[in-house]
Design a protein around this ligand. Structure first.
Ligand code: NAL
Length: 331
């Protein structure tokens, strides 16, 4: 796979394509970042962006993972001490998941976000940005409240971090796009450069294919799940035999989350997917391409129950090393 393809595969959006093409010309040694509010346990949302980081490393890029402790504090995720502790666990799980240790740097936000220069730049950015704009940038991340001043400061700090970490590329889920757009618009006001961004898709809710999968509401799969729990969650997932399910009765768009998990989580990490079936049901099916699996589900060649069983097996293999790490850390 060439570098441009590695950078862009499974991306929902790249900003801008031209800038990403330039970067793909010579990716070796270039630095990409992603930031996470520390939480004790990685879930599929984290792993989706991590898959993109693995793609970037395969293209030769270095990856900076910002453990956004100050951001988590601003977003009321706990005491500062608790947040720091969960960040250490997070680090171990990322490495267990398959990020290249040589090409990954972990940085705590508090290492540089409390310095004088940073603070003064932040105040400059506060002067350049309307409350309405900051609020809109934060809405997708924080939910529907965004009622505290801390929620307005949050996206401005995220904007500034792109400069302070000396990066060539910003990576994040589609829910980060408004922050990245704010950064592209405002960094030049402070005489800083604009950087390209890659946004990964957001997977739909597992149980009904509506909205987005979320760790706070509904079901997500995490490094904490046992093999049995994972199997139960996948088996109860919504999986009509189509890529484009009808909207629900109240008109809400629906996706097929089982297919999405195959596309964004399984196929990027395995060369070949085997669906094991007894001979009397047609024997094993083997896929090296997501499109073929999706087509077989649609035609009826692949039964949803077999698709789910296979999905659970491969997801289990992906989370097993991180699960083990978590148990080690807790014992
Ligand atoms: C991502 C987050 C927080 C701070 C960041 C700073 C720089 C780059 C990326 C960052 C977390 C992210 C989330 N906003 O919603 O998880």
């Amino acid at each position: 796979m060439d570098a441009y393809e590695l950078l862009t595969r499974n991306a929902e959006e790249v900003v801008t394509d031209e800038e990403i093409r330039d970067l793909a010309e010579d990716p070796a040694g270039k630095r990409a970042y992603v930031g996470y509010e520390p939480s004790g346990v990685l879930h599929l949302g984290h792993l989706l962006t991590a898959n993109k980081l693995i793609d970037l490393q395969e293209a030769g890029m270095e990856v900076v993972i910002l453990l956004a402790d100050v951001h988590a504090y601003l977003n009321e995720k706990g005491s500062f001490e608790d947040i720091r502790e969960t960040a250490e666990q997070m680090k171990a799980q990322f490495l267990a998941y398959g990020l290249d240790e040589e090409l990954t740097e972990f940085v705590y936000g508090s290492e540089f976000q409390l310095e004088d220069d940073y603070t003064l730049d932040l105040h400059h950015l506060e002067r350049e940005t309307t409350m309405n704009r900051a609020q809109r940038a934060m809405a997708e991340i924080q939910g529907d409240e965004t009622a505290k001043v801390s929620h307005l400061v949050y996206p401005l700090m995220q904007t500034l971090d792109i400069e302070y970490l000396d990066l060539d590329l910003a990576v994040g889920g589609l829910d980060q796009r408004k922050v990245h757009m704010l950064a592209r618009e405002k960094l030049p006001d402070l005489d800083y450069e604009v950087r390209p961004a890659i946004h990964t898709p957001i997977v739909a809710n597992l149980t009904d294919g509506e909205g987005k999968m979320s760790s706070s509401e509904g079901i997500t799969i995490s490094m904490e799940d046992s093999t049995d729990e994972l199997e139960d969650k996948v088996n109860s997932a919504y999986c009509p035999p189509t890529r484009d399910p009808e909207p629900s009765e109240d008109g809400t768009e629906r996706e097929n989350p089982v297919l999405e998990l195959f596309e964004y989580h399984v196929f990027p990490r395995f060369d070949e997917i085997v669906v094991e079936r007894p001979e009397k049901y047609g024997g094993d099916l083997t896929y090296d391409d997501y499109e073929d699996l999706a087509a077989d589900l649609e035609s009826g060649e692949l039964h949803p129950a077999d698709a789910k069983g296979t999905l659970a097996t491969y997801l289990d293999e992906l989370i097993a090393p991180g699960r083990e790490k978590l148990h080690e850390l807790r014992d």
